[in-house]
Design a protein around this ligand. Structure first.
Ligand SMILES: Cc1ncc(C[n+]2csc(CCOP(=O)(O)OP(=O)(O)O)c2C)c(N)n1
Length: 833
């Protein structure tokens, strides 16, 4: 790296204004970005009036040259002076960020990206492609970024991005064949994807990039839904998983890159959630390079309509990270910033934001006429030449021959696409996915999940032990003593213990386990205590990581207070760690709706749209306990509505042992499907839901838990979770006979065969009654009723539930008790004898 030394003149006074040179520079470092020339069309970002910048003299002119040109920087909010000085040195020319790029390579990339768009425009007129034209500098930017990253040891990159310029990036960065992309426009073989698949500008792609330094970088473009920014945490989670796989130096070996639209960057909260993960233990990925493809417009909305501040990137200033703005029509400046961004990321392992400011040549998509909403802007754009023409003149290169050649290649590729018979394959799964299966469930996927008494005993000893000099909290000491007794079979196991034994057993089988969520180390309901805290020095100890020398690692992190960000991250992690049990826990189940986009767009539909599997587990506390509208329901109905084609598993284990088997089943089966678990709250330690140790030695999770106490039932009550236990207690109190209470611990995939055999065990039961705590418009009711009717034969199928309601539960604990009493009365019916 070349270093240019200039004399330190900071103590001298600048003649014209009485400020020292250092003071003059500081003013420009702080406010210069407000007067920089960043908008190529000069319409949206006119220089702001900044009285502090009204200084004259040679120092001011020099500083203005660094900070008010086609590059601008916001970095004075970074508290670390060393980082600020690092940036100053580079922006003020004392240190070059690396060897100068080759302008002819830059021109070639600009030409390629513009011509690609032009050929699509001419061949597929009026078809959506979300052209990159106006910010084609993105392609040489990534080229330079990857070059620097590779010099620092990157062998892989994860790229998250939305629609804008995605096809261009696929071809000109990821290395997809242009013919493959054209064949997507031809939409060949539609029968192969009836009802499934995704549009061309959302699908993922993999490839290899050769940098100008001759190094290779594997690229993974993450499959992306239309929902802007939703991919951000997914890309981050994938990056983390891949970095873990890469072992030591993983954060250098894989660089995360996320490309954003300007309106989306400013508007979508999930971005802020994701950025807040960047430096948190368990979630950090060594810094992400964020690139905003800023065309100063969002669909039809003008810059000022989608921002309350001057720059779309202002949200990023909440973090101590630099934001570089660069005029995308100055390719040399763009590449300088690419180098700087990469160097900064590798020096400080920090996020960096680059705001590439250009314009949008066409409408939002190419079926859109932008002259209707922005007539003046588009009148100007119409006469504005493409960047490759501007740049070729700037560097004095003749491009006519090369342009013709490239155009001919693209047209040839387009012709080839028209005769293709098969849909193209744009991405390849890494080898670590080969043992796992998706699609419909097959019985041969099942595995035994039970443990021997001896195994349970050994694990229990391990998970209740801590170093001799560890000062344990009295309550935790007692808890661990109780757990040890449970592990010896002298006391039934509760959920907390069952979970710990399940995790411990998996770790001993070399299955890594990762659990995150708000307060998950302790557990919202005081049920977990997976991390012990020394009461004298607050040092932490995780017994589950000390079970055996050759065990896998247990990672358990308290997450930031986010749902979409953290669940997206865990889904992403699960995408690149199929051999691990990856669990996300909501504080209360209903908070999961803050992550609805991740559930809808990735977890439930990722396999259908992109053929991508995930074994991510959602632990969602659920149950009506009189805590009010917001702490009762995990919205069972919403998950069931998303269920089709065995896309995921939806379960509510009715006992500690069932939970144990379910967690083990999830990862020991090779069938990789998301698992939604409605977990207990008040039932966590309830005597009716604890399990004798023998139940953990049983072979399997039971999709349907039969009622073994009742013979020749006349009524069969079917339910999930807490209400079933309440019904059993009440039945005993009342001495109700001939009523069997059966738990449906797996709602989806629908356990039809098991239910049928349960019905057959009670041939005299003429009534099948579905009982749920939720109101009629919620819970599993509308999912189970038609399915029960299909297998009930001549039996009547009835239901007991709360009346339909606009919110899940009453805010009054007493009203809840009254309602619950009525529900139980209705379910158990009049006395039968
Ligand atoms: C969450 C979400 N809300 C709304 C939309 C609809 N939509 C698609 S593109 C777009 C404008 C995006 O503008 P910007 O982020 O600046 O990207 P650009 O298309 O200009 O590159 C909108 C509103 C969406 N895709 N996702």
């Amino acid at each position: 790296m070349a270093t240019i030394t200039t004399p330190d003149t900071s103590a001298l006074t600048s003649s014209a204004n009485g400020l020292s040179r250092g003071q003059v520079f500081d003013v420009f470092r702080r406010w210069g970005y407000l007067q920089a020339q960043l908008d190529p069309l000069g319409q949206h970002l006119p220089p702001s009036s900044v009285p502090e910048l009204e200084i004259e003299g040679p120092d001011a002119e020099e500083a203005r040259g660094y900070y008010c040109g086609t590059v601008a920087a916001e970095f004075m909010h970074i508290p670390d002076g060393a980082r600020r000085a690092w940036i100053e040195d580079r922006l003020e020319g004392r240190v070059e960020p690396g060897p100068a790029p080759d302008p002819h390579r830059t021109l070639e990339l600009l030409l390629r990206s513009d011509l690609f768009e032009q050929v699509i425009q001419s061949r597929y007129l009026g078809t959506k492609r979300f052209s990159l034209e106006g910010v084609t500098a993105l392609v040489p930017f990534i080229d330079e970024l990857l070059n620097h990253a590779a010099e620092h040891g990157a062998i892989s990159a994860i790229i998250g991005m939305s629609h804008r310029g995605r096809l261009n990036v696929m071809v000109n960065v990821v290395g997809c064949e242009a013919a493959d992309i054209f064949s997507k426009f031809e939409d060949v073989n539609p029968r192969s994807i009836l009802g499934g698949g995704d549009v061309k500008y959302h699908v993922g792609a993999t490839g290899e990039y050769e940098t100008r330094g001759g190094k290779n970088v594997d690229l993974h473009l993450v499959s992306n839904p239309s929902h802007l920014e939703a991919v951000d945490p997914v890309a981050a989670g994938r990056a983390r998983a891949k970095q873990v796989r890469l072992g030591e130096g993983g954060q250098d070996k894989l660089i995360p890159i996320v490309i954003h639209g300007d309106a989306a960057f400013a508007g979508q909260g999930v971005l802020a959630e994701t950025m807040n993960l960047s430096d948190v233990e368990g979630f950090s990925i060594g810094g992400t390079v964020h690139i905003v493809v800023n065309n100063l417009i969002g669909f039809t909305a003008a810059h000022h309509e989608v921002n309350s501040s001057r720059f779309a990137t202002d949200i990023a200033k909440r973090l101590p990270i630099p934001i570089f703005h660069v005029n995308a029509e100055d390719p040399d400046a763009v590449l300088r910033i690419a180098a700087l961004a990469a160097e900064y990321r590798y020096t400080f392992h920090s996020d960096v934001v680059v705001d590439l400011i250009g314009y949008r040549r066409h409408g939002h998509s190419e079926v859109d006429d932008p002259t209707v909403t922005q007539p003046l802007r588009y009148a100007k754009i119409k006469d504005h030449p493409p960047l490759y023409q501007i740049y070729s003149k700037q560097i004095g290169a003749d491009i006519a021959a090369r342009a013709k050649e490239l155009q001919a290649e693209l047209i040839e590729a387009q012709k080839e696409a028209t005769v293709r018979k098969k849909a193209p394959v744009l991405s390849h799964l890494p080898g670590y996915w080969s043992p796992y299966c998706g699609r419909g469930f097959k019985p041969e996927y099942d595995v035994e999940t039970g443990l021997t008494l001896e195994e349970i005993g050994t694990i229990s000893e391990g998970l209740t032990a801590y170093p001799a000099d560890f000062h344990i909290h009295a309550k935790i000491k007692k808890l661990l003593e109780q757990r040890l007794v449970m592990g010896q079979g002298k006391r039934p196991l509760d959920y907390g213990m069952a979970e710990a034994v399940a995790i411990g057993s998996l770790l001993k089988q070399q299955v890594p386990v990762r659990l995150t969520g708000q307060d998950s180390q302790r557990g919202t309901f005081n049920q977990r205590h997976s991390v012990l805290v020394d009461i004298e020095n607050e040092q932490r100890f995780i017994p589950l990581n000390h079970l055996a020398a050759d065990q896998a690692k247990f990672e358990v992190y308290n997450s930031i207070l986010s749902e979409a960000g953290v669940l997206g991250f865990e889904y992403g992690f699960s995408r690149d760690f199929p051999e691990a049990l990856v669990m996300w826990e909501a504080q209360f189940g209903d908070f999961a709706n803050g992550a609805q986009i991740i559930i809808d767009q990735f977890i439930s539909s990722g396999e259908d749209k992109w053929g991508l599997l995930s074994g991510v587990v959602l632990l969602l506390p659920h149950g009506y306990e009189g805590q009010g509208p917001e702490h009762s329901s995990a919205r069972v109905e919403r998950f069931l509505q998303l269920a089709a084609h065995d896309n995921m598993q939806i379960c509510q284990p009715s006992s500690a042992a069932q939970y144990f088997h379910l967690l083990r089943r999830q990862v020991l089966r090779k069938w990789r499907k998301p698992l939604v678990v409605f977990t207990p709250k008040s039932m966590l330690r309830h005597p009716d839901a604890v399990s004798p140790i023998a139940d953990l030695t049983r072979a399997h999770f039971l999709n349907v838990v039969p009622d073994t106490e009742t013979q020749s039932a006349k009524r069969l009550l079917l339910c999930t979770g807490k209400i079933g236990h309440e019904l059993r207690v009440e039945r005993q109190k009342r001495g109700t006979e001939h009523t069997a209470i059966v738990f449906l611990d797996q709602l989806y995939p629908w356990p039809e065969a098991e239910l049928e055999s349960e019905f057959e065990r009670h041939p005299e039961a003429t009534e099948i009654v579905w009982v749920q705590e939720e109101p009629a418009n919620m819970g599993a009711l509308s999912f189970v009723m038609p399915r029960l009717r299909l297998i009930a034969g001549s039996r009547q199928v009835l239901s007991v539930k709360r009346s339909a309601a606009a919110s899940p539960a009453t805010g009054s604990a007493k009203a809840h008790e009254l309602e619950q009493g009525t529900l139980i009365d209705m379910a158990l019916g009049r006395k039968e004898d």
